[in-house]
Design a protein around this ligand. Structure first.
Ligand code: UT7
Length: 330
């Protein structure tokens, strides 16, 4: 009997503080009109407070997920945290989240594929379920992007926000869950989107801090071109491989980096805006959390058997798309 990895629940968390376009107008030379028309973003959430890392949000999202799925922490076999903003370089934020929610009998680790982290993590987690090894695997995407954003850089500070979303994967023998994916990466994209310092190549020094090398660096227009082409390509590829027409697709669940990239992907797939999950206007780009936060926001509108196409593009470059058959009615 073929086992697939079904998503059996969703949890999410966004911090209370709302950073609006109007507030950004006071920080940098920008306008609500420019941000809205170029990106689709109106506001984003920011995690405030001293010594608060991504794990704080991941813990909230996973705690809600365990409650919603009636799962006791000791039942979880594995937890993977997708993040580009771990609390520390080590230990893994996944370990901190597990401890925070009382998961004790599991192993846990972080996975970083920039904005594609959640898709990569979901694919990785699914292997453990499909193989029959594990029964309950949590994938949490958590990013405190405000920790690495330069709020004097108008081209970047308008884009990002903080948040976390989590899903539970469990075995299905009825053909629900993750059915296919195409994942890609190309390290030649390194130069266009990165955080230069803080790793082993350029450890932190007074100079790296003074140069702003611990902030996100992005050549937006170049990344935009690659994102539009590649995200649409893989989404279309997965549909073809799975024999899905645009009518068969119930939802596109895109990484929320720019509404114009999302629109281009939907156009290429031939799906109308009514089938596109969109919350970029409220959260901005939360990197590893965008896709699970979409599922969290739209969960009540999902029906058992719906075909979802998840798609992402990010630094690396990394990109991918996935076909998920939704496994439950809320
Ligand atoms: O999630 C990871 C992957 N990342 C992405 O997918 C992001 C991809 N890139 C983008 O979404 C877009 O490239 C941006 C939103 C970052 C920028 O939009 P754009 O249409 O590509 O603008 P641009 O960078 O080509 O800049 C156009 C102009 C420039 O002015 P000049 O040189 O033409 O005079 C910028 O300086 O817009 C200016 N600009 C701004 N103006 C007002 C850049 N940022 C702003 C701003 N407010 N916040």
């Amino acid at each position: 009997m073929k086992i697939t990895a079904a998503i059996t629940g969703v949890g999410g968390y966004v911090p209370d503080y709302v950073l609006t376009n109007q507030e950004l107008e006071k920080l940098v030379d920008t306008t609500d009109e420019w941000i809205t028309s170029r990106t689709g973003i109106k506001e984003r959430r920011i995690l405030k407070g001293k010594d608060q890392g991504s794990s704080v949000m991941g813990i909230q999202a996973v705690r809600q997920l365990l409650e919603k799925t009636n799962t006791r922490p000791e039942e979880v076999d594995l937890l993977i945290c997708a993040t580009v903003t771990p609390d520390m370089l080590f230990p893994a934020t996944a370990n901190i989240i597990s401890a925070g929610v009382g998961i004790q009998n599991a192993f846990s680790y972080d996975l970083n594929a920039a904005c594609s982290s959640f898709l990569y993590a979901l694919t990785t987690a699914a292997q453990f379920v499909q193989s029959g090894i594990y029964k309950k695997v949590v994938v949490v995407g958590a990013d405190k992007m405000s920790a690495i954003v330069d709020y004097t850089d108008r081209s970047n500070c308008i884009l990002f926000g903080d948040g976390a979303g989590a899903v539970m994967l469990e075995p299905s023998t009825d053909g629900y869950g993750i059915l296919d994916q195409v994942l890609c990466s190309n390290g030649n994209g390194e130069q266009f989107l990165n955080q230069k310092a803080g790793g082993s190549r350029r450890p932190p020094t007074a100079e790296t801090v003074a140069n702003g090398e611990h902030f996100i660096y992005q050549e937006g227009a170049t990344v935009f071109k690659f994102a539009v082409k590649n995200m649409a390509d893989v989404a279309a590829q997965v549909m073809t491989r799975q024999g899905l027409s645009h009518d068969d697709v119930a939802w596109l669940v895109p990484h929320q980096a720019n509404k114009r990239i999302i629109d281009a992907t939907a156009n290429r797939m031939g799906v109308g805006p009514e089938k596109v999950m969109l919350n970029i206007q409220r959260y901005g780009n939360t990197t590893s959390a965008t896709i699970p936060l979409c599922l969290w926001d739209y969960e009540k509108q999902l029906h058992k058997g719906d075909n979802l196409i998840l798609a992402a593009f990010g630094g690396g470059f990394t990109w991918g798309a996935m076909h998920v058959k939704w496994a439950y009615n809320s």
